[in-house]
Design a protein around this ligand. Structure first.
Ligand code: NAD
Length: 464
């Protein structure tokens, strides 16, 4: 698209936003459900496109679509009750008024997506933006343009009269930056922390508010009293499904020393038969393969050792078999940065206190998991992460009523659930006069004689 194409597209989105925003929640729910139905009808083509563009196996693409549809359905259904206006006690200064908070749509939301979950990630964001009454312009990753196109076209087929409410902006970084500067009312970005910074800087010029869902570097904490078999299975799935290209996937494991040997034996047994190209797909981009290789080489050159895998795990063309590293110094990129590949770093620790301290010691704070029979929920409260699964793995991502998002270098703002709906609205405070008991005496330029006496009495009575 050229800049003038984008201007034209944004103008059409803006024109579509007002009528869409004034529909009832029930009518928007019907249209969003029709979108879901159309995605299901065209799922064979959508899934084939996802597999072709990302290299993930069919079952992974199916799971992604299912989770995405769960979010779409929940959001469409709960928008009305979540965003209904609410009355507020007016207080003594406005006792003659009724006070309300209304949640208004922001207008046009720009949505920039990543390639690792090209259906689930944007669907969760778009569901919130649209259900709250906004129009959206969706720029998918340049690696997954056709998946993005399939989603947008499904919406248009399902709701021909509302086709301008969701439009596609194809393109790469330049298109993303143009969207940030194009005059949208809010920008929802999902991608790397580095790009998140660029997005926020571009949006700063126009004070366009942003939601940033950036990279993670999640830890799995295994306590002495954990179910070790369950923890090992969770570690394998959390670190290696989707070839480790999951924002809230496990990148670091901290295991209590007392159960270290047992855990590593269970993890080894779990991973023994696992092969790239069979149990998970290829790394999606050559750049990603390079990052993974650099992190592993740096780790092993600085004291790290292979517990599982080795240099032979890199089989070429994006196929990387599972790599588990131990003894990696905590200041190396494999620990400090997001590797985003089928690699996980394990460290034995004294106890949960040390595990918590190490888990919190990196800049990212997206998700985390704790395995413990007694202390999981308490440990969750000590983690900086925006999401925690206790005795589970990534469970929060599949619960549509829960907010999704992180802190620190993982960004801010939330998608999914109630918070994800609120994110795409703006609070409007409204007061309505119900009576005129004092003749507006307290807020009149030409004050009545008693005004200073009343004000002085109020200050003393209320705050003295
Ligand atoms: P990326 O940062 O390279 O790209 C993300 C999107 O930003 C793409 O659509 C890209 O075209 C666009 N973009 C690139 N430069 C831009 C610019 N200057 N201005 C505006 N847009 C620009 O990320 P990626 O490689 O596509 O995705 C992987 C990353 O996404 C990982 O770090 C992963 O952790 C993160 N991620 C986070 C979440 C989350 O919810 N927190 C979910 C999925 C992925």
């Amino acid at each position: 698209m050229t800049t003038s194409d984008l201007d034209h597209l944004l103008a059409r989105s803006r024109a579509a936003a007002a009528p869409w925003g004034s529909l009832t929640f029930g009518e928007r729910e019907r249209q969003l459900r029709r979108w879901a139905t159309e995605l299901v009808r065209s799922r064979t083509a959508v899934i084939a496109t996802v597999c072709e563009e990302t290299g993930k196996p069919r079952a992974d693409a199916e799971l992604e679509l299912l989770v995405g549809l769960e979010h779409l359905r929940w959001t469409a259904r709960h928008a009305g009750q979540t965003l209904r206006g609410r009355r507020v006690f007016p207080g003594i200064l406005a006792a003659e008024h009724q006070a309300r908070v209304e949640r208004r749509p922001v207008g046009v939301v720009g949505v920039i997506g990543p390639w690792n979950y090209p259906v689930l990630t944007p669907l969760g964001v778009l569901a919130g933006a649209l259900a709250a009454g906004n129009a959206a312009v969706f720029k998918p990753s340049e690696y997954t343009t056709q998946t993005g196109r399939a989603m947008v076209e499904a919406f248009a087929r399902a709701n021909p009269g509302s086709a301008d409410v969701l439009r596609l902006l194809p393109g790469g970084a330049e298109a993303g930056e143009a969207l940030c500067r194009g005059g949208v009312d809010k920008l929802a970005f999902t991608g790397s922390t580095r790009t998140g910074r660029a997005v926020m800087a571009a949006c700063a010029d126009t004070l366009t508010p942003v939601v940033l869902e950036c990279g993670g570097n999640d830890a799995l904490l295994v306590a002495e009293d954990a179910d070790i078999g369950a923890a090992a299975r969770a570690a394998a799935w959390g670190a290696f499904s989707n070839a480790g290209q999951t924002c809230a996937g496990v990148e670091r494991i901290y295991v209590a020393r007392a159960v270290g040997e047992e855990f590593l034996a269970a993890l080894t047994a779990e991973l023994e038969p696992v092969r790239a190209g069979h149990h998970y797909g290829r790394l999606t981009t050559p750049r990603q393969e390079e990052v993974v290789r650099v992190h592993v080489e740096d780790a092993t050159a600085n004291g790290g050792r292979f517990l599982i895998g080795g240099p032979e795990s890199f089989r070429g063309a994006g196929l990387v078999d599972p790599v588990v590293l131990a003894d990696v110094p905590e200041d190396r990129p494999a620990v400090r940065e997001e590797t985003f590949g089928p690699v996980v770093v394990v460290r034995l620790v004294r106890d949960l206190d040390e595990a918590v301290a190490r888990a919190n010691a990196v800049p990212q704070a997206l998700g985390a998991a704790v395995f413990s029979r007694s202390a999981g929920a308490a440990v969750a409260g000590r983690l900086r992460a925006g999401m925690v699964s206790v005795n589970g793995m990534l469970t929060f991502a599949g619960v549509p009523g829960l907010p999704f998002g992180g802190n620190g270098a993982s960004g801010f703002g939330r998608v999914h659930g109630r918070e994800g709906l609120m994110e795409f609205t703006s609070a409007q405070a409204v007061t309505v006069r119900r009576a005129d008991l004092t003749g507006s005496g307290l807020t009149r330029l030409r004050s009545p004689w008693w005004k200073p006496l009343v004000l002085r009495a109020l200050i003393r009575l209320r705050h003295g």
